[in-house]
Design a protein around this ligand. Structure first.
Ligand code: WT7
Length: 685
């Protein structure tokens, strides 16, 4: 059986493909193998493991040649120099640095809109917008989208936004959200989208960090049966940021009339401006600001295991090439597709695979403002039928929540248009995978289980739907140009069937370049744990056929419904409560969310626990971070298990939280072993 080909020294290795490559009947050994239909494979961009292998080998042996050939399909105002990329991932050899296409100038908005329009897609629908309520919808062709983007870009210029300036965007899934992102990109401004589920304090923290020229928001949004007053949240955030010496003098506010009339909106004259009053008065053409491939495109804040959120910085050229290419291959994109990704643009998935990746391909994208279970659990399939969606990309948490409802909500709709499904955010458990595959996709649509991160910009390990026999729950093999390695605690690469820490060797075009304002933290967090590699923070195993199985975070990051949240952030929110003395947060398995947040809380002397206090602690976390970070459980803790040096032993807390009381292990090193029994006795309070 063919296993590993040796490559010239310095280059990486191709993955073990073993039996799959040779077309051996894996199915006989692996009952779980799901093979794409011949019809699907025949029409696919990559239709066999062999074809993948050829392309993959080229991408690893000659990354410069591979990526420059792809990059030449885009428009560059000036091309790059002799070096396609240059990098240093080894901090021992100097500062960590990644550069792709440096010296070339381009514009991602131009490539997504103008270039596609020039190629004849002007009248093609770029965005179908579906509102919260049934029958509330809209659409924009590529030409119309460009006009809207140009008007906003011109407005931004008129208020003094220049290349390199930051713009914070706090919007729900209206068309104005991708419009705002593209308008910033057009003039070289750096957008920082903050998910509109974050609280005023979280928004303020991000504003203080990146000091935007203005904030773009809307007055309110309907989500399911609820109305959320976003403008109030922004107002509070701006008060907070002013206290921290970052006053923002301009708040461009879109009136979202189906949620709230402008008369009902709190207003600060001089600072607040209605989008509808100013933006449409600007010309529908706006010249492009050419930027260097390595100029920043956006900042997106994400949680780490310690400290405040990190501003992940992506640059222009590499990100453009990478998101477009991964989108195309991982979803087997064809011009006739209608694509819907349920993610919000407030997360990286919405950046790379609602906005940039699909639009760069000239795709038709569905943007959905509402909640997937409103008015009922059939909403997604209603939308699929309405727009004849062919590619549907979502998160395991949504699959699991819909799976709990009657399958009539699915089968009531035709879903005939669907041909590719996608999953992202956390490992998809095999039973959810099967329900998604069998019930939603009628066993006809391959599932692309895409593993990647905010930091990676785009897909890293993903099936190519026509190429791979799939194993439910495995993200399969690396994308072109990506060299995943599994290392042990000492940082030694382990080969063959194994499990360990997932690292990436060498750079890829979509990699983040730094943490905004803190390159040292960038190096410490990602490049120092295992010298010479990018460390992902995930555990991973590789099976005998070379398939990758992601096993979740190995650091103190919790993945709640595919949203990343640091235990330290939740803890610091809890201890800010006047009656909380100490808190320790761990992840527990959660049937729908994947992981839930479990908080052990010690109250200050003299305060006793109550239902009211529990609610007030949870509210504190909602107010400081956002509703999605609210603990699922508060466990009263008279004391926490600590070592003699005062370190909290989370290992023990995790066991208590998950009820694995017979696996507590050695508790004799605790300063006070008695706290463990105390905690166990309080489990049900
Ligand atoms: C973390 C990154 C990038 C998409 C949205 C989340 C987990 C993501 C998968 C997957 C197993 C996955 C990892 C990763 N993750 N996709 N297909 N299979 N795990 O982005 O907030 O940056 O979180 O999400 O643990 O490290 P993010």
């Amino acid at each position: 059986v063919e296993s590993m080909k040796e490559l010239p020294s310095g280059a990486g290795k191709i993955p073990r493909l073993n039996a799959v490559v040779l077309g051996e009947a894996l199915a006989s050994e692996e009952d779980d193998l799901v093979v794409p239909s011949e019809d699907f494979s025949r029409q696919a961009l990559v239709s066999s493991p062999q074809q993948y292998l050829e392309m993959y080998s080229k991408s690893i042996q000659d990354p410069a040649g591979f990526w420059s050939e792809i990059a030449s399909q885009f428009y560059w105002n000036e091309t790059w120099g002799s070096e396609v990329f240059s990098e240093n991932l080894d901090y021992r050899k100097g500062a960590v640095r990644i550069e792709w296409f440096k010296g070339a100038s381009t514009n991602i908005c131009y490539n997504a809109l103008d270039r596609n329009i020039k190629a004849g897609l002007g009248d093609k629908v770029a965005i179908y917008w579906e509102g919260n309520e049934l029958a509330q919808d809209g659409q924009l062709t590529y030409k119309e989208l460009l006009e809207k983007v140009c008007q906003l870009a011109n407005y931004l210029k008129s208020v003094g936004v220049r290349k390199g300036d930051a713009v914070v965007i706090y919007l729900p899934m209206l068309m104005e959200l991708p419009i705002a992102m593209l308008a910033c990109a057009r003039i070289g401004a750096v957008h920082s989208v903050v998910f509109a589920g974050f609280s005023a304090e979280s928004l303020a923290q991000r504003i203080v960090d990146c000091k935007p020229k203005l904030v773009i928001t809307c007055n309110a949004v309907r989500r399911g049966p609820k109305t959320i007053n976003l403008k109030d949240i922004v107002d509070n955030a701006l008060i907070e940021s002013t206290k921290n010496e970052v006053p923002v003098g301009l708040c461009l506010t879109y009136e979202n009339p189906s949620a709230m009339k402008r008369e009902a909106t709190k207003w600060q004259d001089g600072r607040d401006v209605w989008w509808q009053d100013v933006v449409p008065t600007f010309p529908t053409e706006c010249p492009v600001e050419w930027v260097d491939a390595e100029d920043p495109l956006f900042l997106l804040y994400t949680s780490g295991s310690t400290g405040k959120p990190k501003g992940v910085l992506h640059t222009t050229g590499g990100y453009m090439v990478y998101t477009a290419t991964t989108f195309k291959y991982a979803f087997d994109y064809k011009p006739s597709d209608v694509y819907w990704c349920t993610a919000d643009c407030g997360w990286i998935t919405g950046h790379s695979y609602v906005s940039y990746g699909p639009l760069l391909n000239g795709a038709t994208v569905v943007v959905f403002e509402g909640a997937p279970n409103y008015p009922d659990a059939g909403r997604c399939w209603d939308i699929v039928d309405k727009y004849k969606v062919t590619i549907f990309y979502t998160a395991p948490t949504l699959v699991r929540s819909l799976m709990r409802e009657s399958s009539k909500f699915v089968t009531h709709y035709s879903r005939k248009s669907l041909r590719v499904l996608g999953s992202v955010g956390e490992p998809i458990n095999p039973s959810a995978w099967r329900w998604f595959f069998n019930v939603v996709g009628e066993s006809r649509c391959p599932i692309s289980d895409t593993w990647w991160q905010t930091e990676t910009g785009g897909f890293m390990i993903t099936p190519l739907p026509g190429a791979w026999p799939q194993k439910p729950g495995s993200a399969t093999f690396p994308f072109f140009g990506v060299q995943p390695v599994i290392v042990d605690e000492k940082g030694n690469e382990i080969e063959g069937e194994c499990s360990g820490y997932l690292c990436i060797k060498n750079s890829w075009p979509g990699a983040f370049r730094t943490l905004y304002g803190d390159h040292e933290r960038y190096e410490t967090t990602y490049f120092k744990p295992f010298a010479g590699y990018y460390f992902t923070g995930d555990g991973c195993s590789r099976d005998k056929d070379g398939y990758h199985w992601l096993t979740g975070r190995v650091d103190d990051v919790i993945n709640v419904s595919g949203h990343r949240i640091g235990t330290a952030e939740v803890e610091s929110a809890l201890v800010s409560h006047p009656q909380c003395a100490e808190a320790a947060v761990v992840a527990v398995e959660h049937e729908v969310k994947g992981q839930g947040i479990y908080a052990f809380v010690t109250l200050i002397e003299g305060v006793s626990y109550s239902e009211e206090l529990r609610k007030s602690l949870i509210l504190t976390v909602r107010n400081q971070i956002g509703a999605f970070a609210a603990p699922d459980k508060i466990h009263w803790a008279p004391g926490l298990p600590k070592t003699r040096s005062g370190k909290i032993m989370r290992r023990i807390l995790r066991k208590i939280a998950s009820g694995q009381l017979d696996e507590l292990g050695d508790t004799s090193t605790l300063a006070d072993p008695g706290v463990v029994d105390q905690l166990i006795s309080l489990s049900d309070c």
